[in-house]
Write a protein that binds this ligand. Structure first.
Ligand code: AMP
Ligand code: GLY
Length: 425
């Protein structure tokens, strides 16, 4: 089977690493891929949102199955276009991906179907938005409505901060058209977890639990990023809580999407806020999380291609998905300055040594080849992923890998997985 993977981040490297182990797969292409992916797949420089280009490529290479990593092409309807052309593709339709692409759509859906989430208001007028903020008081959360790469959210501790966020999003259009509409939410307190599930539109099967680390600095300080690390399992998601999340959130959401004529086939990701064993939804994503996918793939035993084929055939209920009992921890190494401005093109040293560390996989995100060397090419550069029988061992292995790698300006958090240690393993 020839497989095309759309995307070029750490998530896609982990997915490709996993499917490369499938006996069914003979050849992997990636668009655009990165320097790490290039060791397992043939990369084509097509951008992940160039849907006509990707379609022509898939046809010319007689691709049997396409996997879509990022939200951009999903919300642009890549799945609809490939399906129309008779190509097999894994992911939700454009209409179903709106659960991520429009916060208003997902909040209205949750309200209509009584799925637990924060109270909210939606505004297109700045004055009305500000009046709502003043009426509700702080803390309060201001979100740009559209896709903003995880950065269009401001958790404001004061009313002034919230008003400033409205200026930034609605006035200065810091996130472009995503700021034409804002969602303003009640601020939820608790601990966050990522809850991902496979869905064939009817059957919903949870993946192993995970948690990511959104803030740039240790102890959850500094601005939000795309994610500085992740681990699986997340001890806060007990078996009991998992059942509750499935019953009150995941299954009702998939049913709701079906009722709304937006059958959800793919990976449904709920960002949860957990407090006192109760979970509420912060956001939905219509795809695998990044970096959560790195530790999750490290733990997945079952052939991912078998799972995807079952989803496409609508027979997910017939497959038994197995996970390694081990823990996995992914430490993201980022460019100096990220999530703000950073330079690219720094030579990365020590990758081979890191690959030689036992139980470690180095997943590439923003990397490229230059003059025969692997160099930095993005904010998040690498996701060094360690596996171990307990979380402490997985943390140890991941940081052993990190210590082998260097590039100018590299920074990473030193406390990835620490919360899992506190909660017990
Ligand atoms: P989102 O993209 O909606 O998941 O928001 C990004 C991050 O902002 C989340 O991971 C939380 O850390 C924070 N956040 C979002 N919504 C809320 C909320 N209602 N209460 C508290 N924190 C929130
Ligand atoms: N790790 C957060 C996300 O993938 O959106």
């Amino acid at each position: 089977m020839k497989v095309l993977v759309v995307g070029g981040g750490g998530r896609e490297h982990a997915l490709i690493w996993k499917i490369a182990q499938s006996p069914k797969v003979t050849k992997i292409y990636a668009a655009p891929g990165n320097a790490g992916i290039a060791q397992l797949a043939e990369c084509t420089p097509l951008k992940s949102d160039d849907i006509p280009g990707l379609l022509a490529f898939a046809k010319s290479k007689a691709i049997d199955l396409t996997l879509v990593g990022p939200e951009g092409p999903l919300s642009l309807g890549i799945v609809d276009e490939f399906t129309k052309a008779g190509l097999r593709v894994f992911g939700p339709s454009g209409k179903a991906a709106e659960i991520e692409a429009s916060k208003q759509f997902s909040k209205d859906l949750m309200k209509k179907y009584h799925i637990p989430t924060a109270e909210y208001g939606v505004f297109t007028e700045r004055a009305a938005a500000e009046a709502y903020v003043r009426e509700k008081g702080a803390p309060i959360v201001v979100k740009a409505d559209g896709l903003a790469a995880g950065k269009g959210v401001v958790v404001a501790e004061t009313v002034e901060e919230a008003v400033k966020a409205l200026d930034l999003i609605m006035g200065k259009k810091a996130f472009g058209a995503a700021g034409d509409r804002v969602v303003i939410e009640e601020c939820l307190r608790g601990e966050e977890a990522s809850f991902m599930a496979f869905s064939d539109g009817k059957t919903v099967v949870p993946m192993a639990s995970s948690q990511d680390h959104k803030r740039v600095f240790d102890a959850d300080k500094g601005p939000n990023t795309g994610g500085m690390g992740a681990y699986s399992p997340a001890p806060i998601v007990t078996k009991k809580l998992e059942r509750k999340v499935m019953e009150t959130i995941m299954v009702p959401t998939v049913r709701a999407m079906e009722k709304e004529g937006r059958l959800f086939k793919g990976v449904l990701y709920a960002g949860l806020m957990i407090n006192d064993n109760e979970a509420r939804v912060l956001e939905f994503n219509a795809r695998f999380g990044d970096p959560e996918t790195q530790p999750i793939m490290a733990r997945l035993e079952t052939d991912l291609i078998d799972i995807i084929e079952a989803i496409l055939a609508g027979s997910l209920s017939k497959i038994d998905i197995k996970w390694k009992p081990d823990s996995a921890v992914c430490v993201v190494m980022a460019s100096g300055g990220y999530p703000g401005n950073y330079e690219k093109g720094k030579v990365i040293c020590g990758l081979e040594n890191a690959a030689g560390v036992g139980s470690v996989s180095v997943f590439h995100a923003g990397t490229a080849f230059k003059d025969g060397k692997i160099v930095t090419d993005g904010g998040r550069v690498l996701g060094v992923t360690g596996l171990g029988p307990v979380v402490a061992a997985a943390i140890d292995n991941a940081y052993k890998g990190v210590r082998e790698i260097s590039f100018e300006g590299a920074h990473f958090r030193r406390d990835i997985g620490a919360r899992a240690l506190e909660t017990g393993n």
